[in-house]
Design a binder for this molecule. Structure first.
Ligand SMILES: Cc1cc2nc3c(=O)[nH]c(=O)nc-3n(C[C@H](O)[C@H](O)[C@H](O)COP(=O)(O)OP(=O)(O)OC[C@H]3O[C@@H](n4cnc5c(N)ncnc54)[C@H](O)[C@@H]3O)c2cc1C
Length: 441
């Protein structure tokens, strides 16, 4: 019998396993696919480094500490990547980086800007829980929703602001209103107007993070876990390669798989977790044959502009070595919760969308298609009422001591969120197993 079985070798499972192993526990990680990393996958095509899932990680001091401890060296994004654009009426408009730039920039109309400046005087809502769209319309006005927040929501969640919960999807913003009565006032008080952290990746792409983390772990690839049962204080995992017994189990799989795996322990969890919606995302890698990309990170396209592209990242601007000398690489995102059908389109149809829309947005005419990646269940959507899933996760953990749940559908969708929370989950596992005299860093 092992101490801990971790199911799922995405960043959630691997980072928890890392902490547990470091604390001296016997840990095995089980992964259904022949590749580890889950959403984090990097492809190397003709000298281009293509991130099929996450492109950058917004690392704060906790994430940096974790990487340092694991001996994994990050690389930092080019400083010019602070520059980001919004596509508006045929042009890329730079997002302002300071209050003065905000007043001078054409990214919002004068009326739109004045409405934003009224935000500190808008009262709190009497409503229990609002969608992001309701919250932003009420506090900042419609134009700010359409041209700033909605594109941001599609950049992070590939989501629909009318559906996502302000409380669960952008909790920090929600808390600013709760605590200070105004998002702007609270942000000024906390000096939290910009993104908090540094954009990082790794030499050779994000797959390097996964490779290095897995090197020190016992990962059983292509060994799907089919069900998890319990006999007295012992968990029994039925895997493709046979039975495994463990004192504790960490389930770090997407919500649907988690519900299915736990069907013997809780029928309600398997039914309910199946309802968590994951927005589909199409990721297209494009090599730019001629021409120079605009400086900066990339651009987002507001829904109002009636395009199918959600946004484009100028990947070769971000980090060195992402494209062959003199060439550029861009990554195009399409689909999401507001355009889910496009995931089913054939490659030719996707290419014709790109042919039209890349010319209209960045004026890229000469390009080669490198790869189309379809994430049918891309990013979990923290919709209004999401709290019930969190309560359910909590209640099954209480009913089944020794069972721990993790994954991007619980504590934040970013890679950084998954890394940050791994420390707490590992600590709870260790406390449960009462490993005395050993610490988790
Ligand atoms: C297209 C896209 C772009 C993104 N961009 C960014 C970005 O730029 N920055 C950022 O911070 N985040 C980004 N994200 C989000 C981030 O990548 C994910 O939230 C994160 O990687 C999820 O990690 P996870 O370990 O929780 O889940 P997953 O990566 O889904 O890992 C779960 C693992 O469990 C395995 N599994 C499932 N069922 C079983 C089973 N029964 N037995 C064994 N194994 C099983 C799966 O195969 C998988 O490997 C993006 C996501 C997508 C899809």
């Amino acid at each position: 019998m092992i101490d801990v079985a971790v199911v799922g070798a995405g960043i959630s499972g691997l980072s928890i396993a890392y902490h547990l192993k470091k604390a001296g526990l016997e840990v095995k990680v089980f992964e259904k696919e022949d590749a580890v990393g889950g959403n984090i996958q990097t492809a190397y095509i003709d000298g281009y480094v293509c991130e099929l899932g996450p492109q950058t990680i917004l690392a704060d001091s906790k994430v940096e500490e974790f990487l340092k401890d694991a001996g994994i060296k990050p690389i930092y994004a080019n400083p010019s990547s602070k520059k980001r654009y919004i596509y508006r009426k045929g042009k890329l408009v730079a997002l302002p980086l300071s209050p003065v730039e905000f007043l001078l920039s054409p990214f919002l109309s004068l009326g739109g800007k004045l409405r934003v400046l009224k935000e500190p005087f808008v009262p709190r809502s009497p409503k229990q829980e609002e969608s992001i769209a309701e919250f932003v319309r009420r506090r900042f006005g419609r134009e700010f929703l359409d041209y700033v927040v909605a594109p941001f929501v599609s950049g992070v969640y590939a989501g629909d602001p009318e559906e996502l919960s302000v409380k669960y999807a952008v909790r920090k913003v929600y808390e600013l209103e709760q605590k200070y009565g105004s998002v702007i006032k609270g942000a000024i008080k906390l000096k939290a107007l910009g993104p908090s952290g540094k954009l990082i990746s790794f030499e050779g792409g994000n797959a390097t993070l996964i490779r290095k983390l897995s090197e020190s772990l016992e990962v059983h690839k292509e060994n799907v876990v089919l069900r998890i049962r319990r006999k007295d204080d012992i968990f029994i995992l039925d895997t493709k390669e046979g039975k495994v017994t463990a004192k504790a189990v960490v389930v770090s799989t997407p919500a649907t798989s988690t519900g299915y795996l736990l069907r013997d322990l809780s029928w309600s969890i398997s039914e309910e977790f199946d309802k968590i919606y994951y927005a589909p995302v199409l990721v297209v890698h494009v090599a730019v044959k001629f021409g120079v990309l605009p400086e900066g990170f990339g651009f987002l396209v507001p829904k109002k502009e009636n395009k199918r592209i959600l946004g484009v990242i100028f990947s070769s601007n971000l980090f060195e070595g992402r494209s062959p000398e003199g060439k550029s690489l861009i990554t195009v995102y399409i689909g999401g919760a507001t355009d889910p059908e496009i995931i089913e389109y054939e490659d030719e149809a996707i290419v014709s969308v790109l042919e039209r829309e890349l010319r209209e947005t960045v004026d890229i005419r000469d390009w080669d298609l490198l790869k189309i990646t379809r994430w049918k269940k891309g990013i979990p959507q923290y919709t209004v009422g999401y709290g019930r899933y969190l309560e359910l996760a909590n209640s099954i953990e209480m009913e089944q001591p020794g069972l721990f749940l993790s994954g991007n559908y619980l504590y934040g969708v970013s890679v950084a969120d998954c890394i940050r929370v791994s420390h707490h989950i590992a600590k709870r596992v260790i406390d449960f197993l009462e490993v005395k005299g050993r610490t988790v860093v």
